[in-house]
Design a binder for this molecule. Structure first.
Ligand code: 2AM
Ligand code: CA
Ligand code: CA
Ligand code: CA
Length: 258
């Protein structure tokens, strides 16, 4: 299977390979004694494997596409996504799940040109499901995905526990208008759940590497990713964002009667 834009096929095949290799590496090291460190707080953790996977993927990008730039979560690898050809990497998304559950974590890689998403890849490592796309079409492994959002009243929503417990943007009110609320703890897995029709939308406090791939993958199905106030993404730092069906564009912080 190839994306329509032939120019991007080399980069797509490269990205799928490095992400699959990273998933295999993580699986091979699942039983290791992890070196675990705190980043900003006792519940914001990173392991030696986050750094190892990130370093390995960055080395391959630099070797294969030396003129491209990189934005990645660990070790302050920060290139502005709006400036040139940029790979956006989250080596382990759901690090806490990786540590505690050995499940519900993802490797995510996206490729942007001047701020426009061209490729998105999310590997659900433990289920061996690779989601990939070019913003026009999205696939799970070799299956082209079809997705039509159901009405909110017949759907579940995905949230970050932090946003839910602080009622950010009136999420409590929204929770009364859907069948229920789920908080999995991995942005990547939440995006795969949107793609599989398991949740209607996702509301979370995220950094660019948390949503860069997901935003590309859900775009073909009329989904949009916006700041919680309904304004466009700016990919600057960590902020509250929502990924929702475009035709249900809601401004949570202003509209309490959704
Ligand atoms: P991470 O595991 O790559 O850090 C958990 O709700 C989701 O939010 C995960 O996708 C997690 O990604 C992300 N997240 C972003 N910033 C975080 C932080 N400071 N602490 C915990 N999770 C964070
Ligand atoms: Ca992290
Ligand atoms: Ca993440
Ligand atoms: Ca991460």
């Amino acid at each position: 299977k190839e994306v329509n834009d032939k120019r991007l096929n080399t980069k797509l095949e490269f990205a799928k390979t490095v992400v699959r290799d990273a998933g295999a590496y993580l699986k091979a090291h699942l039983a290791d004694d992890l070196e675990i460190s705190e980043k900003t707080h006792f519940d914001d953790l990173v392991t030696n494997l986050d750094g190892e996977v990130q370093d390995a993927i960055i080395a391959k990008i630099q070797e294969t596409f030396p003129d491209d730039h990189i934005l990645a979560e660990e070790n302050d690898v920060r290139h502005d996504i709006n400036d040139g050809n940029v790979w956006v990497l989250d080596p382990i998304d759901g690090t806490t799940n990786f540590i505690v559950q050995k499940d519900n974590f993802a490797v995510m890689l996206a490729y942007y040109e001047s701020g426009v998403g061209k490729l998105g890849i999310i590997l659900d490592v433990m289920n061996d499901n690779l989601y990939w796309g070019d913003g026009q079409t999205s696939y799970r492994n070799s299956t082209e995905l079809q997705l039509t959002a159901k009405p909110l009243a017949q759907s579940l929503i995905g949230v970050s526990a932090y946003m839910y417990r602080t009622n950010a943007g009136g999420l409590f009110d929204l929770s009364h208008k859907c069948l229920g609320v789920r908080a999995i703890g991995s942005a990547g897995i939440e995006y795969t759940n949107i793609l599989d029709g398991k949740i209607w939308g996702y509301f979370s406090n995220l950094s660019p590497w948390d949503y860069a791939a997901g935003a590309v993958l859900i775009a073909p199905f009329g989904y949009t990713t916006l700041k919680l106030d309904g304004s466009p993404l700016d990919f600057q730092g960590r902020q509250m964002v929502m990924s929702i069906p475009e035709n249900y564009r809601i401004v949570l912080s202003e509209t309490k009667s959704i």
